[in-house]
Design a protein around this ligand. Structure first.
Ligand code: IVH
Length: 671
């Protein structure tokens, strides 16, 4: 056999294999081979076709992307018009639809419906002649659309040739082209990164992509399609119901939505509606309602059409997720971690099933990108339980003199300086200990185990104390009385006394823990330890210059500026003074020589109970010499420190051949 014949046979096999695996992957979502194997087969076919161009067929998987951009789209005529659907918005309107249908059909039994998600994309018609995809057109005005065949061919889930044997001579399939949410997010992130304008929603992105004259651009867009009906058909063996017809389309290799179901009567429709509404946000694509179609095709014919919509189908729409309203004001909110967020106060509007009067603008970059100003008319979106947000300003709605907003210099709650680090989108209030908006979080942190370690003062109790007005700042903790505490819900006299004792005990603390307890941004335990050891006293730390701070191992310009800001806020200094006054004290630490970075670059894991010192203490000592302490053993681990009753980490270290240190070796290591 000649080479070309061998190549021809192999190319037939490869095309079949590739089409089969595409169908498994894109239509059924059940891949049978890894992507790398698919790529290998694809490249093999590509090489054969390069060598023997006469082997290329129109439906070869290598031919999805055409090579030339179009000058303009030509027109397609829909012999059978592409209709639209009437809508209902609630149960009573749905009942009225059911009654209209039943009055015509006069059935004793409940009517069966095919229920399907109403996909939020754009309607497209695909024409298959003898199984080959020959044309694809948009709906357009229903009778004339645009020829988007080149772009439709780039959608991997759409077969270029139908599968199986018994497909009709001529088959026009209709369905919705859409952009899955994940692909949309990726596309927009890239657009923002490249300084391009992002799309407002997946529907617009899908429409924009389908209308690209250059098929290479369309091919780079993550489009998908689900089929939901047929148009012109010649030579189809009879099927009785819409749902059977869709099953048949799936067998011919066409992509179908997995969520479709057959339901009975209004009750069945509503149940399906509720079920899918609850799952709406977690579906990987946008839907804007449910479509119910009388399932029996004979009855569909009997019911016929009115004007532009069938009598046998209805769209049950979800409440709109986007509405138009005006921006009355833009204010700044301070979150629990000090993040300052611009929030638009809106003219109240009903959207996504609730009345919305506020929408987040996230941060100033976002405000600038969307260029939202007070008095603008905007599109607000509320999807599911997601916080309402402003999608965009309605073009041309800007009133004369509409001012740009500016991030305030001072926190609107506590008047501390607002800080925005270079390269960070979020601006923050620097009054960590003082600011009412951050109070609860700063008190929780202050009391936590690795900070002041106040036994019995958990997050819930902190919330209770602040809500009851018993404490405002951390220093107020030390003025609490047994009487005040035992007045709280679920707090007996005994636990109240225990807490007072724990507070008393916490007054004697190590300097590094106290520094950590202050909750300075980006000052974790290890940095607090380095600072304590470097400066030896709080006064010296407070007085340190920007350059002094950067002499500390682990402290770069960002952390240094956080520390400086913190100590520049008079409010924070007041709180520290009050803490000193109530008797909080620490042993001055003999400033150690930071030069002992003998463990720099080493990574330790600790497991089991150590008799000589607590785990936190050991961790600090290792870190002060430049080591890192992590929670799990990997190839990167330098050594595992093993105490009594070690866990599986010791075994894992053994398996990986990593050094194991007992308490004696540890003593040697730390000198
Ligand atoms: S059936 C004559 N089924 O909704 C029947 N349409 O408002 C016409 N749509 O133009 C369409 N999902 O773009 C049908 N499962 C679905 C649908 C669906 C989305 C769109 C379609 C149509 C529009 C009508």
């Amino acid at each position: 056999m000649s080479n070309i014949n061998q190549a021809r046979q192999r190319s037939v096999v490869l095309r079949q294999l590739l089409n089969h695996h595409s169908y498994q992957y894109y239509v059924l979502d059940e891949p049978e081979i890894p992507d790398s194997e698919y790529d290998r087969l694809y490249r093999e076919l590509q090489q054969l076709e390069n060598q023997y161009p006469e082997l290329i067929t129109a439906d070869s998987p290598t031919q999805r992307i055409g090579d030339k951009p179009l000058d303009a789209f030509s027109q397609v005529k829909h012999e059978i018009p592409m209709l639209s659907l009437d809508n209902v918005f609630d149960e009573s309107e749905l009942l009225a639809f059911y009654k209209r249908v039943n009055d015509r059909l006069r059935l004793d039994d409940q009517i069966e419906f095919a229920a399907e998600p109403k996909l939020d994309g754009l309607a497209v018609s695909l024409l298959y002649e003898k199984g080959l995809l020959v044309r694809a057109g948009t709906r357009g005005d229903g009778t004339t659309g645009e020829d988007v065949t080149q772009n439709i061919r780039t959608i991997h889930s759409i077969p270029l040739h139908l599968q199986g044997e018994n497909y009709p001579q001529l088959l026009e399939v209709r369905g919705e082209v859409f952009m899955p949410k994940a692909g949309f997010e990726r596309l927009n992130q890239n657009a923002i990164k490249n300084g391009d304008k992002p799309f407002a929603n997946p529907r617009n992105a899908a429409a924009g992509s389908l209308r690209q004259l250059d098929p290479k651009i369309a091919a780079s867009r993550p489009l998908a399609m689900y089929c939901y009906s047929v148009g012109k058909v010649e030579g189809l063996e009879s099927v009785e119901t819409h749902s059977e017809m869709l099953d048949q389309l799936l067998k011919w290799g066409l992509p179908l939505c997995k969520e479709r179901a057959v339901v009975k009567g209004v009750e069945g429709c509503l149940k399906y509606f509720d079920k899918l509404s609850a799952r709406r946000e977690s579906l990987p694509y946008d839907i804007d309602g449910i479509v119910y179609k009388v399932n029996n095709l004979h009855w569909q014919k009997q019911l016929g059409f009115v004007a532009k919509a069938p009598r046998w189908a209805i769209a049950h729409k979800f409440p709109a997720q986007e509405e138009i309203t005006t921006v009355n004001d833009i204010e700044f909110q301070v979150g629990r971690t000090g993040a300052i967020t611009p929030v638009a106060r809106l003219q109240p509007v009903f959207v996504g099933g609730v009345t919305v009067s506020n929408a987040t603008l996230h941060n100033m970059d976002e405000v600038e990108r969307k260029d939202v100003r007070i008095s603008d008319t905007v599109i607000v979106r509320r999807a599911g339980d997601v916080i309402p947000e402003i999608v965009s300003v309605v073009p041309g709605s800007r009133k004369k003199g509409a001012r740009k907003i500016k991030m305030p210099d001072r926190c609107p709650i506590c008047q501390s300086d607002v800080v925005r680090e270079e390269g960070e989108a979020v601006a923050r209030c620097s009054g960590g200990l003082y600011c009412a908006a951050q109070r609860k979080e700063s008190i929780k942190h202050f009391a936590s185990r690795k900070a002041m370690d106040i036994d019995g003062l958990g997050d819930k109790l902190v919330e209770q104390l602040v809500d009851a007005g018993l404490i405002d700042h951390v220093d107020d903790l030390y003025a609490l009385t047994v009487e005040e505490l035992s007045g709280l819900e679920r707090m007996g006299e005994k636990s109240a006394q225990n807490l007072i004792d724990a507070l008393q005990n916490s007054k004697s603390i190590s300097l590094d823990r106290f520094i950590y307890a202050l909750g300075i941004r980006e000052v974790g335990e290890a940095t607090a330890m380095s600072l304590a050891q470097h400066f030896g006293s709080l006064d010296k730390l407070q007085a340190a210059s920007f350059d002094d701070l950067q002499d500390v191992p682990d402290v770069g310009p960002i952390v240094a500026s956080h520390i400086q800001y913190f100590f520049q806020q008079q409010h924070n200094l007041d709180v520290i003074n009050k803490l000193r006054k109530v008797g909080i004290h620490w042993q001055e630490v003999e400033a150690v020589n930071d030069a002992d970075q003998s463990l720099l670059g080493k990574i330790f894991v600790i497991t089991g109970t150590l008799s000589g010192m607590g785990r936190d203490e050991l961790k600090r000592r290792l870190q002060s010499r430049g080591a890192k302490v992590t929670g799990s053993v990997s190839k990167k681990t330098s050594a595992v420190i093993v105490g009594e009753n070690p866990g599986s980490k010791a075994t894992k270290a053994e398996q990986l051949g990593i050094d194991i240190l007992g308490e004696d070796e540890l003593k040697n290591l730390l000198g």
